[in-house]
Write a protein of this length. Structure first.
Lengths: 249, 319
C-alpha cells in the first residue's frame, strides 16, 4: 500500500521536475500579495509595523497557495480519464487508493516547498517567527494540501470536464477566500460573517497559522485545524477513490 | 480455458438531461471461452458491446449479471488475482503523454512487483522487442501514433501476463504499422500468450485470429474459426445491381447451386461454391427471366458476408 503510494509520488515528482516552471509561477500570486498587500495592513496593527502585518498576513498567503494551487491539482486527472491512463491503472495490480494518494502526497510536498519559498520571501521582508511555529505551519500546510488536493481529484473524477470543473472551483474559491479572513482578519467582520466563517475549514487554517506565528501555541484553533483537515482529507480521499471506481460505469 | 464467461450482461444508466435517465443494455448475454495460447477476436461494429465485454473480463467494469473466470479466477470476487494474470491495453492507449515512455514502463513494472533494477531490465527487454529503444526517453507526446501504440502494448506486457486484452489495437494506424502490429501479436501467441482482441476490421479478424465471435447489439451472432464461418456460407459471392431486386432474388434462390441470397441496400448478393463456373449459368438464368443487370462482380466471401447473413446488415454500414 505504502509502496505503491510512494511509487506514484516518485513518478509524479519526476513529471514535475521536468516542468518546474509551473509550481514556481504558482507562488507568484501569494508573493505579490505579500509585497503589495501586506504593507496595507500596517494600518490595523498595534504599532503600524510591517513585521506585525506579516505575522497576520503570511499565514493567509500560504493558505492562498493551497487554494489557488492544490484546488486545481485535479485538472491533470481529467485528461487521464480520457487518455486511458486511469483505466489501465484501475486494472493493474496497483492498490487503488494509491493512484490518488500518490498524487496527493506529491501535491502536499509541493505545497510545503512552495510555502518554504514564500516564508523565505516573508523573512526577507522582516517576518520573524520561531522554528517551532515554522515547522508546525508547514505541517498544517501539508494537511491543508491533503484536503484541497483530494477534493480537487474527487471533483475532477466526478465532473470529468475541464470547463465544468473550472466553473465549480471558481464558484467556491471567492467565498472560501473571503470567509476565511484571508485578506483581513475575521475579527473585523460583523457577527453574522463570523458565524458563517466558522463553517469554512480554511478559516481555521488561517486562524491557527496566525496563532502559531504569534507564538500562541495554546490557541484552540490549532488542534481544530489539524483535526478538520485530517478528517476532511480522509473523507475526500474516500470520495475520489469511489469516483475512480465509477469511471467504469 | 483461460477465459470462461457465462451469460455476461451489462446495463448502464445513461443521463439524458433534466434528471432523466435511460437504461442502455450494452451487453446482453455473452458466453465466451478462450483457450490458452489462442488469438481470439471479438468482431463487430462500433457500439456492439465489444469494449464493455473486454472491460468486464479485465475487471474494470463490474457485470450487471453473469459470471466470468479469467486465468482460473472470478472477475468480480477475485479481481486482484485476475489482475496479476492479465495485461490490458485499452482503446485510448493509456500512456502518459507528459513523461518519457521509459518512466511509464518502469512505473508499471514496479507496480507489478518488480524491483527498480528488474523493472529497468524488463523495460529494456520490451524496448528491444518493440523497437522502442531509441525513443524511450523522449516525451510520449512527441511520438507518432504507431510508436505510442507500441508503448501501450509494451506496458501491457510488463508483468509477463499469460493473457492480454487488446481493445481495438490497430484503429487509427496506417497499413504498415498495422501489419507490424499483427506480426507482434502473432509473436505473442508464439511465446504462449493468449490474446483477446476486439476489432471492427474484418480483414484483421480474418488474418490474425484463431477463433472469433461476431458481436452485434450486445449479443454473439456467430462463433467459430474464420474458415468455418466462411464455409458455412459458401466460398464465393456474386454481387448484382439491377432494378428488380426481389424478382432476381426469387430466380436465384431457386437455382440449385446457389446456397443463399441476401438483399443489401440496392444490391443482391448470391452465395455459391464455385463462382467461376457458376457465373455463366447464373447470368443465363437471369436473362431467361428478362432481368436486366446493371453491374455484376464476383468475389471471395469474407467475414462481412458472415456478418450480413447473421444481422442483415453489412459491417461497413453498421457502424
Amino acid at each position: 500500500m505504502l509502496r505503491h503510494t510512494l511509487l506514484f509520488t516518485g513518478y509524479e515528482l519526476g513529471v514535475m521536475r521536468r516542468n518546474l516552471a509551473w509550481p514556481i509561477i504558482g507562488i507568484m500570486q501569494p508573493v505579490l500579495y505579500l509585497l503589495l498587500f501586506a504593507p496595507l495592513l500596517t494600518s490595523i496593527t498595534p504599532n503600524g509595523e510591517l513585521s506585525e502585518a506579516l505575522i497576520v498576513f503570511t499565514p493567509a498567503a500560504l493558505v492562498m497557495i493551497a487554494l489557488f494551487g492544490s484546488m486545481f491539482a485535479g485538472f491533470g486527472m481529467i485528461n487521464e480519464t480520457r487518455n486511458g491512463v486511469l483505466e489501465r491503472l484501475a486494472v493493474s495490480q496497483a492498490w487503488r487508493p494509491a493512484i490518488i494518494l500518490g498524487r496527493v502526497v506529491k501535491d502536499m510536498l509541493m505545497l510545503v516547498l512552495q510555502s518554504l519559498l514564500v516564508l523565505g520571501v516573508a523573512a526577507l521582508m522582516g517576518l520573524r517567527i520561531s522554528l517551532a511555529a515554522m515547522g508546525l505551519m508547514l505541517l498544517l500546510m501539508a494537511v491543508t494540501g491533503l484536503f484541497a488536493a483530494n477534493l480537487s481529484y474527487g471533483l475532477a473524477l466526478a465532473v470529468r470536464d475541464e470547463n465544468g470543473m473550472s466553473q465549480i472551483v471558481q464558484f467556491f474559491l471567492l467565498p472560501l477566500m473571503l470567509l476565511s479572513g484571508l485578506m483581513l482578519p475575521m475579527s473585523l467582520a460583523p457577527d453574522w460573517m463570523q458565524t458563517v466563517a466558522k463553517f469554512n475549514p480554511l478559516y481555521y487554517a488561517v486562524e491557527a497559522g496566525r496563532a502559531m506565528f504569534a507564538d500562541d501555541f495554546s490557541d484552540g484553533d490549532i488542534p481544530i485545524a489539524f483535526a478538520i483537515f485530517l478528517v476532511l482529507g480522509v473523507l475526500t480521499l474516500t470520495w475520489s477513490v469511489r469516483s475512480l471506481r465509477k469511471l467504469a460505469g | 480455458m483461460i477465459i470462461e464467461a457465462h451469460d455476461l450482461r451489462k446495463t448502464f444508466v445513461a443521463k439524458r438531461g433534466r434528471g432523466k435517465t435511460e437504461e442502455v443494455e450494452a451487453v446482453r448475454g455473452i458466453d465466451l471461452s478462450v483457450d490458452e495460447g489462442e488469438i481470439f477476436a471479438c468482431l463487430g461494429p462500433n457500439g456492439a458491446g465489444k469494449t464493455t465485454t473486454v472491460r468486464m473480463l479485465a475487471t474494470f467494469t463490474i457485470p450487471t449479471s453473469g459470471t466470468a473466470r479469467v486465468a482460473g479466477f472470478d472477475v468480480v470476487k477475485e479481481a486482484a488475482k485476475v489482475r496479476e494474470k492479465i495485461g490490458y491495453v485499452g482503446q485510448a492507449g493509456g500512456v502518459d503523454d507528459n513523461a518519457p515512455g521509459r518512466e511509464s514502463l518502469v512505473l508499471a513494472g514496479r507496480i507489478a512487483g518488480l524491483s527498480r533494477k528488474d523493472a529497468l531490465a524488463r523495460a529494456e527487454e520490451l524496448f528491444a522487442a518493440f523497437s522502442l529503444s531509441e525513443i524511450a526517453d523522449r516525451p510520449v507526446k512527441t511520438l507518432s501514433g504507431g510508436q505510442k501504440r507500441r508503448f501501450s502494448l509494451a506496458i501491457g506486457l510488463v508483468n509477463r501476463p499469460p493473457l492480454v486484452f487488446l481493445d481495438e489495437p490497430t484503429t487509427g494506424l496506417d497499413p504498415q504499422n498495422r501489419a507490424n502490429l499483427w506480426d507482434e501479436i502473432r509473436a505473442l501467441r508464439d511465446r504462449g500468450t493468449s490474446v483477446l482482441l476486439t476489432t471492427h476490421y474484418l480483414d484483421e479478424a480474418d488474418a490474425l485470429c484463431d477463433r472469433l465471435v461476431i458481436v452485434d447489439h450486445g449479443k454473439i451472432v456467430a462463433e467459430g474459426t474464420p474458415e468455418k464461418l466462411k464455409k458455412e456460407l459458401a466460398g464465393d459471392v456474386v454481387t448484382l445491381r439491377l432494378d428488380d431486386l426481389e424478382g432476381a432474388r426469387k430466380v436465384l434462390a431457386a437455382q440449385p447451386y446457389i446456397k443463399e441470397t441476401q438483399v443489401e441496400g440496392d444490391s443482391l448478393r448470391a452465395y455459391l461454391d464455385d463462382g467461376e463456373h457458376g457465373l455463366p449459368t447464373l447470368l443465363r438464368a437471369l436473362e431467361a427471366e428478362n432481368l436486366a443487370i446493371r453491374s455484376i462482380s464476383l468475389d471471395r466471401a469474407t467475414l462481412d458476408d458472415v456478418f450480413l447473413k447473421h444481422t442483415g446488415r453489412s459491417l461497413r454500414d453498421a457502424a
